[in-house]
Design a protein around this ligand. Structure first.
Ligand SMILES: NC(=O)c1ccc[n+]([C@@H]2O[C@H](COP(=O)([O-])OP(=O)(O)OC[C@H]3O[C@@H](n4cnc5c(N)ncnc54)[C@H](OP(=O)(O)O)[C@@H]3O)[C@@H](O)[C@H]2O)c1
Length: 184
């Protein structure tokens, strides 16, 4: 399995506001299209219980949902393409195997704990940013923000920024593609 992260953050590195919800002001059509297309190409999605991406194709996608409510990975009775997984009790590989996924591309889509958990394993991270929006007291993309910048955290974990793509020119929303630095 290879792991790639997808997040959009405010200027201060937040993925949701102080009430714990991703506000409409952090949603941009260009970013949503980019995210939707990417998720259609991966083999598996991993997210916390509140981070379902809610797109037209969502129910066709295989996913692992992190929750403390199970001991071992089990199929979600509400969705046969979803597995409930407790990261403290089993490796992600065991959760993927329940869905028949033992190799391929895995998209990590949040929230904070789930993004943090894979920091040493990402081969790619697509970090979108809305530079004109601040969400003080919000939910950070990684633990340690806002004292630290998300870029510092990605760098510390061996990732380097490569190309930047404009997703919404009117709001200056870009996505930076971070990749794992090859071992010297
Ligand atoms: N801007 C972005 O790119 C982005 C990305 C992701 C999410 N969001 C938004 O952020 C908001 C907040 O999401 P959230 O903070 O509630 O995150 P979340 O991780 O999606 O959901 C939290 C729940 O996931 C489970 N969970 C999280 N960490 C876990 C761990 N270490 N071990 C086991 N289970 C774990 C727990 O479920 P149980 O209570 O069942 O144990 C926890 O209550 C949502 O509005 C979401 O849409 C935005």
């Amino acid at each position: 399995m290879t792991f790639e992260g997808y997040a959009i953050v405010s200027r201060d590195g937040m993925l949701a506001d102080a009430t714990g919800v991703m506000p409409e002001t952090l949603k941009f059509d260009g970013d949503q299209r980019f995210f939707d297309k990417a998720l259609d190409t991966v083999d598996l999605i991993v997210h916390g219980r509140n981070s379902f991406e809610d797109q037209p194709n969502s129910y066709n996608r295989k996913r692992v949902i992190a929750t403390r409510q199970v001991d071992r990975p089990i199929i979600d009775h509400a969705n046969p393409k979803a597995v409930l997984w407790n990261p403290a009790r089993a490796p992600i590989e065991d959760a993927g195997a329940v869905l028949g996924i033992t190799a391929g591309r895995v998209a990590i889509i949040g929230g904070t704990d789930i993004f943090d958990m894979f920091l040493d394993r990402y081969v790619d991270f697509y970090l979108s940013q809305a530079p004109h929006l601040a969400l003080p007291g919000g939910v950070p993309v990684f633990h340690g923000i806002p004292a630290r910048h998300p870029d510092d955290i990605l760098s510390q974990h061996g990732l380097v920024p490569t190309e930047t793509r404009v997703l919404d020119a009117a709001h200056d929303v870009n996505v930076v593609h971070w990749v794992r630095k090859p071992l010297a």
